[in-house]
Structure formats: C-alpha cells, structure tokens
Design a protein. Sequence first.
Length: 225
Amino acid sequence: MSESEEHARFFVRTWAEAVLRQAARARTIRHTAEQDSRNYDRMEDWSPPLYVLEENFRTQWAEEHQLIWSAHQLERWDARLRRERGEQPRPEDPFLKTLRDALEHLDDADFANGQAVAPPIVTRKDKHKGRALRDLPGGLLDLVLGDGTLVGGVLPQAIEQRALQAVRAVEQELVEEQLNEYAGLLHAAEDDPELRDLLGRISDYYEHPERFAAPVDQDGTTDTD
C-alpha cells in the first residue's frame, strides 16, 4: 500500500466516524428542539421561554450544517481512496455538493421571507456570488428546520448510512490485514520452533483462558512465583 493510499484510507475512516458523531449530536438537539417546542405551545408554568427555542434553533442549525460539511468531506476522501487504488470513484452527489457550497457562501446571499436567495447579477463579477444558491431547486434555500430533515431538506438517514458503509469497509480491511499478518506468522513458524510454540500458546489462551489464570492464595493475593 502506498503512503498516499494509506493516508486516504485514514481520512475516509476519520470523516466517516466524524459523520456518525455529528449525526448523533444533530439528532440530540433535533429531539430537544422538538420537545421544547411542544412544551412551549402548552403555555404552562413549566414551559420553556421563547429564548430557549431560539437558542435551540441556532444550535440545531450549526450542528446540521456541520453534518453536511462532514458528509461532503467523507465523499471527497472516499473518491480519493478509490482513485489511489485505480478504481472508479462513486458518482458524486451533486445536490450534496451544491448544498454544501451554498452554505459555505451563505454570507453572499440576500434574505427574504425566511429564505436565502442569490443576489442579483449587476456586473460580471456578480455571477459568481450565490452561484450554488441558483443551482438549488427553486434557486433558493429555505432556512426553516424540521419535518425530520436537515438544512436544505436533506434526509439525515442517507448521510448516516453512507458513513456506516465507509466505516465498515475500512474496518473490514483492517481485520483482513491482521488475518493476513497472522497467516504469515503461521507460515514462518513452520521453520521456527520457538515462534510456533508462541503462536500455539496464544491460540491455546483464546481457547482456554482459564488455564492461564494465576493461582490465588487463601489471603486473596496472587501467586507470582
């Protein structure tokens, strides 16, 4: 394995695990926001004040944004790993990339009626501002959260599923490498009595771990003699 491939695999696993962690964080605040919103509507003494709902919205927005950003990084590194191996990368999700770009340059947008829209093109330079927003369905980004979706209407299950697949694929590779290494040791042990004896003891330990337990004296101490 080349160093470039090794690093690409490292970043695939890094961002896949990051997506799963971020998905859990986003799921938690999503649940909290929904529960607080329901309790607020009841207008009881124990109902949360309005500023709590506003804080929940800000937190959820940031967590959902970071989840999409992490998912985009995972997709890019997955493609890099496949290229390093001479494989054809999986088709890029154009909507995910466009949404990520729109969020990245959201500070260039105009806002109206709870939606982000691309600024008007007045000069030639203006055509680059809000380009991703123009490429989204309807040419805008709805800033409202809810209905089980992330920013931009993305389903969180789709992002989490892709991350799980990436993690499992990399972990399976690591398991296979360990098995191959062990098989190599077994092959080498055919000509090395000491190594063969060591591997035999290791194997025997996993089959009968109780045989390797140190005897315990009546006073409860372990006999190490």
